[in-house]
Ligand binder design. Structure first.
Ligand SMILES: NC(=O)c1ccc[n+]([C@@H]2O[C@H](COP(=O)([O-])OP(=O)(O)OC[C@H]3O[C@@H](n4cnc5c(N)ncnc54)[C@H](OP(=O)(O)O)[C@@H]3O)[C@@H](O)[C@H]2O)c1
Length: 230
């Protein structure tokens, strides 16, 4: 079965953390949307930052009216048709702000990846919001199977992540990562508990994942742009 090419993309501190340092999101998103992806794979916590969840009343009614979010100044040439699909693994049905997410200028439609444990009530909610879903896996989403469905049913050939280390760890452990691109910020994280780039769910059998450096660039503030392929 065929699956899309998967690129993990993050902004990290020198000690490999995703948070606990001052690096605004503007450059991260400008460089990220520079290269075309058919789908952006967004973790469920990251997706919740698109806007507030619908209240119980809004969920029962048609949902909130959300005006389209204008393109951030300087990003206009990065919004290209066809826009990417917004894909969110969400087996627990946490993401209740789809109207806000899809008001963003970057996405043409949303797809939730769900599993056998996902509440039926959430699947109904997705249907009411016009969000398609792909059901794979018993507890968490079976990411390999879900990527195959995205490839075969939705024509997705390339995926870029916008997610934390747990989702990246699940992708790495399943052998699904083809490329890792990072902005390496010239700083250390200031929090001992700051989340790492990759949080593996289990040890890798062969001890590690060898990568080949394919691109480097120095950015204006001393940060490095680094791209590695498997
Ligand atoms: N610095 C950066 O570049 C950067 C970029 C994006 C996000 N972040 C930060 O990362 C943090 C959280 O990230 P996140 O919610 O995007 O992702 P995450 O915490 O790394 O992972 C949670 C996501 O992964 C899925 N998941 C977890 N275990 C899985 C498994 N075994 N199999 C399949 N799917 C699995 C979850 O779906 P289920 O609920 O279905 O399990 C959920 O969608 C946020 O604090 C955010 O700010 C940093």
């Amino acid at each position: 079965m065929a699956r899309p090419r998967v690129i993990v993309y993050n902004q990290v501190s020198l000690d490999g953390r995703l948070e606990g340092f001052a690096a605004g999101p503007v450059r991260y998103y400008r460089l990220g949307f520079r290269w075309r992806s058919d789908a952006i794979l967004v973790g469920s916590a990251t997706a919740q930052a698109f806007g507030p969840p619908e209240s119980t009343e809004e969920q029962a009614a048609g949902g909130p009216d959300v005006a389209p979010v204008p393109v951030h100044p300087g990003f206009e040439e990065l919004v290209e048709e066809p826009r990417a699909l917004l894909v969110v693994p969400d087996s627990r049905g946490r993401v209740r702000n789809w109207r806000h997410a899809l008001a963003q200028p970057w996405y043409r439609a949303g797809i939730a990846l769900v599993s056998a444990t996902t509440p039926a009530e959430y699947l109904d909610h997705l249907t009411r919001r016009g969000v398609d879903h792909v059901l794979t896996g018993a507890d968490h989403v079976d990411l390999a199977a879900a990527l195959e469905v995205l490839h075969d049913r939705h024509g997705v050939r390339s995926v870029r992540t916008d997610a934390g280390g747990t989702l990246t760890g699940a992708l790495v452990a399943a052998g699904l990562v083809d490329e890792i691109a990072v902005i390496l910020s010239p700083c250390l994280a200031g929090r001992p508990d700051a989340a790492p780039l990759v949080r593996l769910p289990r040890p890798l059998t062969d001890g590690g994942l060898p990568l080949r450096l394919v691109e480097t660039a120095q950015l204006d503030d001393g940060a490095l742009w680094l791209r590695y392929e498997r």
